[in-house]
Design a protein around this ligand. Sequence first.
Ligand SMILES: C[S@@+](CC[C@H](N)C(=O)[O-])C[C@H]1O[C@@H](n2cnc3c(N)ncnc32)[C@H](O)[C@@H]1O
Length: 264
Amino acid sequence: MTSASRPHEAHVAAQFGSNAQAYFDSADHAAGGDLLAIARLVAGRPDCCVLDLGCGGGHVTYAAAPYAGDVVACDLSIEMLAVVADEAARRGFGNVATRQGSAENLPFSDAAFDMVLSRFSAHHWGDLGQALREMRRVVKPDGLAVVVDVVSPGRTALHDTFLQAVELLRDPSHVRDYSPTEWSDALRAAGFEPAEPVAARLRLAFAPWIARIGTPPSLVAAIRELQARMPPAVAEHFAIEADGSWTLDTALFEARPAPETRTA
Ligand SMILES: C[S@@+](CC[C@H](N)C(=O)[O-])C[C@H]1O[C@@H](n2cnc3c(N)ncnc32)[C@H](O)[C@@H]1O
């Protein structure tokens, strides 16, 4: 099957499956204030049952496992899950299990988890609304969802278009970096009560960023060309550097099930 005729999820699984080790090794993914915040939230609910959705190389799972009762690392990619299972065993985390599954159709029963965590995965989901409804279904009525992702800065339309264009050129399995307002609206529509997002900035060194997902040279050249053609307001916002390194906006969203939906 050509990539043009493949369903989106197969495309995502192929993109990440062939780069699983690179995502485990990635310095951009292995550390960050967001991981520390997630670890603190899990530590505040000792022995809770956690889902790490779109676990990738497993950095959220490793942050949660010392405090959680159980952690289920879930991803479309079986190669990612193999990396996480090996690393969890190497670290002696006997409370980590892996499960292949799609965010839009989670293979778990209703109210199965105290916490559903997802970091840097949602911008690949084909149907954000359906995935958030699934997160709401599998989290307990008194549970918590925590989502971290790159966000659109919510400035001009050009800032948004540039961000999505570069992301898509780098990785055709990209869907959308939503703005904080789009996120809050989507979380509410799915039955959550979102708190104020916690904003941060993430500098991405260009060479490892494109190497990690195997962007072909023609598309790397297109990204560099696009970066060079942006007006100062856009170039300055994304702090585009001479070698193509740039700085993106991220946000951490904590969301509790809305009271009127807590019937499960
Ligand atoms: C950038 S990696 C995640 C990084 C990881 N969460 C971390 O914090 O290091 C994105 C992951 O999301 C997974 N993914 C994308 N779309 C998905 C979907 N619809 N359902 C489940 N997993 C998905 C990909 O397979 C990939 O492993």
